[in-house]
Design a protein around this ligand. Structure first.
Ligand code: AMP
Length: 505
């Protein structure tokens, strides 16, 4: 039997009535998850699909999606989670790259414009409500076989399918167990869409420990009154999200330890956690543990972690991303000296590194490199490292620009801006001229409420003057645009690429 499935099955046998999924009025038990995924597995196996061919699973964040994922694994097929908010072009591109043998469609959408066999929701409902059927456990997904394939959310080019094996996932689950101690009393928030691997931070460490997944779905997250209700009634003990999603929830004044005394752990991943956000969190939840974690999908969710405390927070203007998992190797590539620090691209190797992109040897060769028989992944993230191995994120290699000969890290400019009292959030982007050279840098700034009444001209002067005190002139944005909010991608991260497109349209 697949080892992840084995752990979940044992929980289902020991605690059949334990709730594994809770979303508003909907809840489901471990026994239901186990039995429903058995039925899905037997249904899939009866189709005699090509061995190990991936299965496309389309839908939202419903309980049945989890039964479909586990059913695919039990049957012997990796699943590709695709969010039902995806546009037809993305669905067609993923289909073309992955060549799945089947689509399980848990949505009311149809007509995907693809020629792969589709099982529609009605048919799947029949499968789930039929009598229990067993499946052939010897055919389940093996240790080195793909468990899931998540397609990157790049806004340009063809999406790349990151292949994550059972062993990759097991390594991640074991690390989460050791680092965050999930157990059967844990109620872990599940907010990220299933097509974003941040959701894996909740799903598999949660299900293999008998925890309850407290789901905050996108329908709720998009509707402010619903979100407020969900946040203030949240039963989760562990919060997992991007910092941007947390910032959005900070809008509700009652979102604090008094309202939610059981919420005692916050784990962030997916984008930079700013000093300001961490400070605000520790004020609202003074007894909570706060962790900053970092990782690309290609390394199975997260590979570094550090607890940010009231004691260590004042030491850092820009927060560290943490220490690398102890079973990983790393080095920095293309190192340059910057402000007395060595900064280079983080290159990592270890049991959680993906085997590469599905059916895409060209992109795989670009990002993965074998050194002395070990596979290394080039993260595209610049970092520095202190003497104890603590890593500091310095920006994406692709968000580094040159203007008038100076190299500027856009994320560093944002970090400087968010350290100012006036600025709540910031996203700086380049404006290109007709020769494709950067002409100006434009900061999109969300103001702190206390400063919203000020005139833009006055603010402009004030912010520039403050930046001047500890920033090189060339790094000061030429233009400040004061906006109510920043665009957020489907994965809940600040969408810098969308703003670059908008500014240069
Ligand atoms: P994804 O593969 O979509 O999960 O995105 C991974 C990328 O998000 C990383 O390569 C980083 O650029 C960024 N990222 C993830 N976590 C952090 C973090 N804690 N701080 C800064 N950037 C992060």
């Amino acid at each position: 039997m697949n080892s992840i499935i084995d752990r979940i099955t044992r929980i289902a046998q020991e605690y059949p009535d334990k709730i594994c999924y809770h979303n508003g009025n909907v809840q489901a038990t471990y026994q239901q998850l186990d039995q429903q995924s058995d039925k899905v597995a037997s249904f899939i196996q009866a189709k005699n699909l090509p061995q190990k061919s991936p299965i496309f699973v389309f839908g939202g964040q419903q309980f049945e999606m989890l039964a479909l994922f586990l059913g695919a694994i039990k049957a012997g097929h990796a699943y590709i989670p695709v969010d039902d908010g995806s546009d037809p072009q993305r669905i067609q591109q993923i289909n073309m790259v992955a060549k799945p043998s089947l689509v399980l469609n848990w949505s009311d959408k149809s007509n995907f414009g693809i020629d792969t066999t589709i099982c529609e929701q009605d048919q799947l409902k029949e499968v789930l409500s039929a009598d229990h059927k067993d499946y052939d456990k010897t055919r389940s997904v093996g240790p080195d076989d793909n468990f899931y394939i998540i397609f990157t959310s790049g806004t340009t080019g063809t999406p790349k399918g990151v292949q994550i094996s059972t062993n990759n996932l097991l390594d991640f689950v074991d690390w989460v167990d050791k680092t965050y101690h999930y157990n059967s009393d844990t109620k872990v928030m599940l907010q990220a869409p299933f097509s974003f691997d941040l959701s894996v931070f909740s799903i598999y460490p949660g299900l293999t420990n008998g925890a309850t997944l407290e789901v905050l779905d996108k329908h709720t997250a998009k509707n402010l009154p619903l979100l407020q209700q969900a946040i203030l009634n949240l039963q989760a003990t562990t919060w997992i999200s991007t910092p941007s999603f947390f910032e959005m929830c900070m809008f509700f004044r009652e979102f604090n330890a008094e309202t939610l005394p059981q919420l005692n752990k916050f784990i962030f991943c997916g984008e930079e956690l700013t000093h300001v956000t961490a400070e605000k969190l520790l004020k609202r939840f003074p007894n909570a543990e706060l962790f900053n974690t970092y990782g690309p999908t290609e390394n199975t969710v997260a590979i570094t972690s550090i607890q940010i405390t009231p004691q260590n927070l004042p030491q850092f203007d820009r927060l560290p991303i943490g220490y690398l998992k102890s079973n990983m190797e790393h080095h920095l590539a293309n190192v340059e000296e910057k402000d007395g620090e060595r900064v280079g691209e983080l290159v990592v190797s270890g049991p959680d590194v993906s085997k590469g992109y599905l059916n895409n040897p060209v992109q795989t060769d670009k990002a993965f490199e074998t050194i002395n028989g070990k596979k290394f992944y080039h993260t595209g993230d610049m970092v520095s490292e202190d003497d104890n191995g603590l890593l500091f994120y310095k920006g994406r290699t692709d968000f580094q620009i040159k203007m008038h000969g100076y190299r500027i890290e856009l994320e560093e400019v944002d970090s400087l801006l968010t350290n100012l009292v006036e600025v709540k959030q910031s996203c700086t982007v380049p404006l290109y001229n007709s020769k494709k050279q950067v002409n100006k840098i434009i900061a999109h700034v969300v103001l702190d409420d206390k400063y919203k009444h000020l005139e833009p001209k006055e603010l402009n002067k004030q912010i520039k003057a403050e930046l001047k005190q500890n920033t090189m002139d060339y790094m000061i944005p030429n233009v400040f645009k004061f906006v109510d909010q920043l665009p957020i991608s489907k994965n809940g991260k600040i969408d810098r690429k969308a703003l670059i497109g908008e500014v240069n349209a």
